[in-house]
Design a protein around this ligand. Sequence first.
Ligand SMILES: [Zn+2]
Length: 351
Amino acid sequence: MKAGSFEISGVHVEPGQRVGIDLPVARLYTHTSLAMPVQVVHGKLQGPCLFVSAAIHGDELNGVEVIRRLLQQAALKRLRGTLIAIPIVNIHGFLDRSRYLPDRRDLNRNFPGSGKGSLAARIAKLFMTEVVARCGYGIDLHTGAIHRENIPQIRANMDDAETERLARAFGVPVLINSTLRDGSLRMAAAERGVTMLLYEAGEALRFDEVSIRAGLKGVLNVMRELGMLPARKRKTTGLKPPLIARSSFWVRASESGILRTLVPLGTRVAKGGLLAVIADPFGEAEIEVRARHEGIVIGRIQLPLVHQGEALYHLAQFTHTERAARSVEVFQEVINPDPTAYDDEPEPPIQ
Ligand SMILES: [Zn+2]
């Protein structure tokens, strides 16, 4: 069935059109006006409305690049339904290269927001009114915090069957059943009946090619699953089915010191396995950091300077750890950022 006109912020987008819209946010105190740029791709045929957002934490950049590549896809010419792409939600934070807004508020703790509250609350309200209210589905792209890297993973409410279906379709090996956090976009969206995934990969203020590729593939896979894009001709991706983590835990520094990490992301670690060593600068006191349970490394610190109590390694636990480890291994081989390994992707990898 043919689509009708799509309205956002007073702009009408006709079927088959792609339109850039600037949603006005609070101007800078230099009197410079500021806007959240949004691109709407409205398909000729009816279908679901999906938003894909990034940089709600202003220093999380991989998702910005995922969206840039997404919008270059030739397949969007055959889009059914509507894609709303918001590469930079937290404009102020992005300019400051900061996770937060200028008043140190975390935008992702201020949803659904209000028109009379803090700057964060007002931006949240704008996003809810202009974007979320028009969509049935959403994917919010994140990275680890500053100096922390995450293996590509989906965090979503797997107790909801529709969410689980899309999380599995995304196609990363690790799925985390994550409860909704108060004030988050995900919670506000869920309360309005919008099915949402949160993708986490890589590190703040960095581009990571594996994370970007996996994110782009994931968004496209979800769009295929929703019938927004034609199904793949080649069914086999080589990937193993993703597994939902049973739980996850952090390994913290028992002492302050200089850290040498020994285990990369994706490693399967046995109970008691050695993860890292903390030493003083003279190399006199050496403290081993060990895993207290078996698990797979899904996040880790990148900065070798740690205080006592600091979170060093994030490990996920699975019912079938070997299967999960194998899934991660195959995934890392398939999403290899080697230009010769990928002939169907036009993008040269970011090294
Ligand atoms: Zn984030």
